[in-house]
Design a protein around this ligand. Structure first.
Ligand code: ATP
Length: 242
């Protein structure tokens, strides 16, 4: 991949009231990469994603995106810059159809041309053929896996420069998890940079260019997916072997 830096986080501190959840983390995502944040429950992965999306303020530190300082930029402005966090599967609009849910992904980011919208929709339907079949079905009646796919599809409608995915495999059956991982890899290989939070260490590491291990609000280790898959301490802590 390319070595052009897309996202650079430096010394990020985030507090919940008087509780410090992130103690100064630094990480980098290059254009084209698939990068995973791995860590136990409570390590601060979701907090990191929410801070990147602009949903939590930084107490200290800096976020650079495409060479611009976005540390103080509001969440909707970051969306406009192409920094898109997919909602969780349960975050789809239950009363809206699949098609309407996808259209919501473009909300606030109107396409300049109808053709561009049609092309993006076609791309999403190619990635998720099931969504094309179900375009008139309401979101609330989709299966858990289908809702997760719709949630990812919706965020793709905004044409992300960086796609943030927080545990997209959560609560899904093994076969669906495989499918979700395959699609994430495909999205990445087609050119979208992805920052992924996952508990599913084996799958995530084997598909990632690089990963960061987080423990209690700090980054404790980083390396290529391959390196970390064979790292003894990572193996015993996250891969259930060693
Ligand atoms: P999980 O895998 O369980 O989702 P995580 O790595 O995403 O864990 P976070 O949810 O980011 O971890 O939580 C990091 C720390 O911040 C934890 O100690 C958690 O208890 C704390 N925390 C999270 N949300 C809040 C909140 N709204 N108020 C206070 N503390 C919070």
């Amino acid at each position: 991949g390319s070595s052009e830096t897309l996202l650079e986080v430096t010394d990020m501190v985030v507090n919940y009231g008087r509780i410090q959840a992130l103690h100064g983390i630094s990480l980098r995502v290059a254009a084209g990469e698939l990068v995973t944040l791995l860590g136990a429950n409570g390590a601060g992965k979701t907090t990191t994603m929410r801070a990147l999306s602009g949903l939590l303020p930084l107490t200290r530190g800096r976020i650079m995106f495409e060479g611009r300082d976005i540390t103080h930029m509001k969440a909707h402005e970051r969306v406009g810059e192409g920094l898109i966090q997919a909602p969780e599967g349960r975050g789809v609009f239950p009363g809206m159809t699949v098609q309407e849910n996808l259209d919501m992904g473009c909300y606030g980011r109107p396409f300049k041309q109808k053709a561009e919208y049609a092309k993006t929709l076609e791309w999403v339907f190619e990635l998720f053929p099931r969504m094309a079949e179900r375009r008139k079905q309401v979101g609330g009646t989709l299966s858990g896996g289908e809702q997760q796919m719709l949630a990812i599809g919706r965020s793709l409608m905004a044409r992300p420069r960086l796609l943030l995915l927080d545990e997209p495999s959560m609560g899904l059956a093994p076969m669906i998890i495989q499918q979700i991982f395959r699609i994430i890899t495909e999205i990445n290989q087609q050119g979208t940079t992805v920052l992924l939070v996952e508990q599913n260490a084996q799958q995530a590491l084997s598909r990632s260019d690089r990963a960061y291990i987080m423990e209690t609000g700090e980054v404790t280790k980083t390396g290529s997916g391959r390196e970390l898959l064979t790292d003894p301490s990572v193996k015993s802590a996250y891969l259930g072997v060693g």
